[in-house]
Design a protein around this ligand. Structure first.
Ligand SMILES: Cc1cc2nc3c(=O)[nH]c(=O)nc-3n(C[C@H](O)[C@H](O)[C@H](O)COP(=O)(O)OP(=O)(O)OC[C@H]3O[C@@H](n4cnc5c(N)ncnc54)[C@H](O)[C@@H]3O)c2cc1C
Length: 309
């Protein structure tokens, strides 16, 4: 929806950051960089912050601007986004240090849903309508427990993501490799099409530079994979994760990070002391049956997860 009011005073009153870079991966996927007016506070790899735009902003496709209920007019629409990472300096020879960056990098997919009157308007169609140099709102805090807290130098780290769920893993992998992590690091990303692998070249470069870094991609909608879909869970069940990387999924020395689609993660419900896993099984059930233990409330295990919805 677009308000008849002049949006400039609304923007000036609410926005605190500038979009300084847009890299469209495909029409519905982009890497962006956002520079907050007051600088980037220190944060831990894996954490997230919030982006916001006014509901008065146009969407990327004006033909699909939403009907927004009267009560929501002139409000900021805010959503959580994991902080991704450019990984390399511009010459691609070394991993960039966080202190060198005065911006956040985000990896965002366009979620198309038809807004119903009275329903909360959505953010991504508006983010995809932004142009370089335009203003937006960014949260002043960075937060989240999905971090490398407790990781030891020799631990094996498996970073498994669907789609843009690789964002926090990019930040984690860069940190681990830059700071001399000794154990193997496996980054697995499952997407629909090869063109959805927004950081493919960067991961391949990392794998060439660091022998302990492994990059595994899975696609589910390409011609050759459409009828023979292999999901991240299948790599664990078949043992392929281990044969392809040479690691052993030993809970004593491995931490697994799961980010993105809740079905891939498969977080169990705990109701009146009874733990129930979703069906079909997600990664948590498969790994717990092999001796791993997921984070639960304040108890830290060796399976960590971030669900995007
Ligand atoms: C901690 C956290 C970190 C997040 N980090 C990212 C990130 O780095 N990149 C990112 O693209 N999204 C991320 N998300 C999701 C993001 O917050 C929004 O939900 C998403 O961008 C959709 O916003 P919207 O207002 O356009 O859609 P809404 O109107 O809020 O619709 C939400 C619906 O969109 C779907 N959806 C949400 N996120 C995705 C997604 N990534 N891929 C496919 N479908 C999705 C789900 O069905 C969900 O119910 C994160 C969510 C959380 C909780």
């Amino acid at each position: 929806m677009q308000t008849s009011q002049d949006p400039e005073p609304l923007r000036a009153g609410q926005y605190n950051a500038t979009l300084i870079y847009i890299h469209p991966i495909q029409e519905e996927l982009m890497v962006i960089r956002v520079r907050p007016d007051d600088g980037v506070p220190p944060y831990l790899p894996g954490q997230y912050t919030t982006l916001g735009l006014g509901d008065w902003e146009p969407t990327n496709d004006p033909a699909h601007n939403e009907e927004v209920g009267e009560n929501l007019k002139n409000r900021l629409i805010r959503r959580a986004y994991s902080i991704s990472y450019p990984i390399f300096r511009e010459d691609a020879r070394a991993i960039v240090r966080p202190e060198e960056l005065d911006y956040y990098e985000f990896y965002i997919t366009l979620v198309q849903r038809k807004g119903e009157p009275g329903q909360e308007p959505s953010l991504t169609p508006r983010l995809f309508g932004l142009k370089k140099g335009e203003r937006l709102w960014v949260g002043t805090k960075v937060t989240g427990h999905y971090t490398l807290d407790g990781i030891k130098r020799d631990n094996q780290i498996v970073l498994a993501a669907t789609g843009t769920g690789e964002a926090p893993h990019n930040c984690m992998a860069a940190h681990l490799l830059r700071t001399g992590h000794r154990g193997s690091i496996v980054s697995i990303i499952c997407v629909r099409y090869t063109q959805d692998l927004g950081y493919k070249a960067t991961h391949e470069q990392l794998a060439r530079m660091f022998p302990q870094y492994h990059y595994i991609t899975l696609t589910t909608r390409e011609k050759e994979t459409l009828n023979q879909k292999v999901y991240i869970q299948d790599l664990v069940v078949s043992g392929e994760l281990e044969t392809r990387t040479g690691i052993c999924l030993d809970p004593a020395m491995t931490h697994v990070y799961l980010c993105g689609n809740p079905s891939m993660i498969g977080v169990p419900k705990h109701i009146e002391g009874v733990k129930t896993y979703p069906s079909p099984p997600g990664m948590v059930e498969l790994l717990e049956s092999r001796g791993f233990k997921a984070d639960y409330k304040k108890e830290r295990g060796n399976i960590h997860f971030e669900e995007y919805w």
